[in-house]
Design a protein around this ligand. Structure first.
Ligand code: G6P
Length: 564
């Protein structure tokens, strides 16, 4: 045998019963991947085995990650296994880094059959943190339930995996590396790409970079503060906002990706991105944005740290969508939001006569609509916003969308937001999270609540708190029929809609790592009183939400763990 050929081994293994991917792939503590024999290999083999051999043979697969602890080790294993499983080419980000939006972009650009994205999103990283593996399909978006179920079924009975253990990668050098494998006619190729450049190029084709440059570094430029929270998006912020659009280097902070995210929680909200909020309080910056570990989420702030709720951000982008050249050229096919996201977007859709879709929580529902050419802009209350340019949420895109609005309108974030409320009224919105609730108590609460709201007498029932009276107009367990493939998704949240448009929605988080997280989403619409304090406006609804569900009595809690 020729010694220069890499050996392909088939290694026996035993299955694990807990490799069912959640909405964001398989997420586990790092120590689970480290301590359980072949835990990573089993799951990766299950992904490859889920793809028909004919599709896999000679195909391209993208591998990227947010740089968290285990990232590089996992990439080497994945590439070794891809080679042994008949994949022809693997495209990997330089140093093994690629934000999730960039992965989506690169999958589409290289016409790959899919991509393996190594991230646990906003969860902490490091040896004691989390690690995750997500599979995206050829459209660049998260795999459908049918695909993830197939992966899970394979993982339950897996007996062996294929690997080229001798294959060594150089993640530091851009360009092609080829490997000759035994029993393989064609060489296997690894291409190390500059994912930042691929992504930047996509952005150049969407936004007016000359106008953004003028806004950020021209004579009357605004000042910005961008916080990458030591996630993977730092180099993207630096290259696009600083090097290309002229923001001063010190306006982009925490831009060095770290494998433990600097010990922080890379979750762009008012609690975890409190540093950004503090740095903006004195009014030194006109615009602020923070991003999560893998670059999908965003938080937008105005001067003095004015918080734009993700639901309002989505509605404002929708209302100003033609400030973005991409949409001027392509037109707008539809808007969408997930069920708990406030209905601020609905008002814009109605006024502009653009189709609106209300989907379950999770990004894959948007992808289906986009692939069918029915959707251009979408978002979720959980700090995700994006357009049809890729099939993932895209934090930096959202910040560039806002900057495009500022560049066109030459108004402050505050003025833009207030103008929006004056035009449409304001959907006050907040979310109460009850974390780490005993799973049985949470499930029983939801079951009983469903029975309560399903009772015919519940509709038209009135609830009074102080001088506020709310009358139930509709109550149900949200169910979604996909307009593209007619698939039905049930149990997506219990919703109570009142006659004035106010809403209470109860959901169990799909991603809690300990116990259950009960989320209560509260929303109240005000046409005239648009300058009130959100929590004060929503306090009566919160009281009603707790009363109807008996949540405090059933869980022993006296209040939510987090309010956003
Ligand atoms: C993931 C998905 C989001 C979704 C969120 C909901 O992060 O990518 O699209 O909004 O989960 O999380 P939850 O904990 O509320 O189920």
């Amino acid at each position: 045998m020729d010694d220069s050929l890499l050996r392909v081994l088939t290694v026996p293994t035993s299955p694990y019963s807990d490799q069912r991917p959640g909405p964001n792939g398989l997420r586990r503590k790092v120590r689970v991947f480290q301590s359980r024999r072949n835990y990573l290999h089993n799951f990766i083999q299950s992904i490859f085995s889920s793809i028909d051999l004919r599709d896999r043979q000679g195909s391209t697969v993208v591998v990227g990650g947010d740089g968290r602890f285990l990232n590089q080790t996992a990439i080497e294993v994945i590439v070794q296994m891809a080679a042994a499983n008949g994949v022809g080419r693997v495209v990997v980000g330089h140093l093994g880094l690629m934000s999730t939006p960039a992965c989506s972009c690169v999958i589409r650009k290289f016409k790959a059959i899919g991509g393996i994205v190594l991230t646990a999103g906003r969860e902490p990283a490091g040896p004691d943190g989390d690690f995750g593996i997500k599979f995206n399909t050829a459209n660049g978006g998260p795999a459908s339930d049918a695909v993830t179920n197939k992966i899970y079924q394979i993982s339950r009975t897996i007996e062996e995996f294929a690997i080229c253990p001798g294959l060594r990668l150089d993640l530091t050098t851009l360009g092609k590396q080829t490997f000759d494998l035994e029993n393989k006619f064609k060489p296997f190729t690894v291409e190390i790409v500059d994912a930042v450049e691929s992504y930047a190029n996509l952005m150049r084709n969407i936004f007016d970079f000359a106008a953004l440059k003028e806004l950020l570094s021209g004579e009357n430029h605004i000042t910005v503060r961008l916080d990458a929270m030591h996630g993977v998006v730092g180099p993207y912020v630096k290259r696009i906002l600083c090097d290309e659009l002229g923001c001063p280097a010190n306006s982009a902070v925490n831009c060095l990706p770290m494998e433990d995210f600097g010990g922080q929680h890379p979750d762009p909200n008012l609690i975890y991105a409190a540093d950004l909020l503090d740095s903006m309080r004195d009014g030194d910056y006109d615009f602020g944005a923070a991003f999560d570990g893998d670059g999908v989420r965003n938080m937008i702030l105005g001067k003095h740290g004015l918080f734009v709720t993700p639901s309002d951000s989505l509605a404002v982008i929708a209302d100003n969508i033609f400030c973005i050249p991409y949409f001027q050229h392509r037109g707008v096919r539809g808007f969408a939001r997930s069920i708990p996201t406030s209905a601020a977007l609905d008002r814009v859709a109605k006024a502009t006569k653009i189709e609106l879709y209300e989907t379950p929580t999770g990004w894959k529902f948007f992808g289906n609509l986009m692939d069918a050419g029915r959707l251009s802009l979408c978002g979720e209350e959980s700090f995700g916003t994006s357009g049809e340019h890729i099939r993932e949420k895209d934090g930096l895109w959202a910040a560039l969308a806002w900057l495009s609005i500022l560049a066109t309108r030459r108004q402050s974030v505050q003025d833009i937001l207030q103008y929006h409320w004056l035009k449409y009224g304001r959907n006050y919105f907040t979310r109460y999270d009850y974390e780490n609730i005993e799973i049985d108590a949470a499930c029983e609460m939801m079951e009983d609540l469903e029975i309560t709201i399903a009772d015919k007498s519940f509709v038209r029932q009135r609830f009074a708190v102080e001088d506020k009276i709310y009358q139930v107009e509709k109550a149900d367990n949200f169910e979604y029929t996909d307009p593209v493939d007619s698939s039905i998704t049930r149990n997506q949240g219990l919703r109570i809609i009142f006659s004035d448009g106010s809403r209470i929605i109860y959901r169990l988080s799909g991603a809690s790592s300990e116990g259950a997280t009960v989320r209560i989403y509260l929303e109240s619409f005000e046409k005239e009183h648009i300058f009130q304090e959100t929590q004060a406006v929503l306090a009566p609804l919160a009281t009603i939400a707790v009363k109807i569900s008996q949540l405090h009595r059933r869980t022993g809690r006296t209040g939510p763990s987090v309010i956003t």
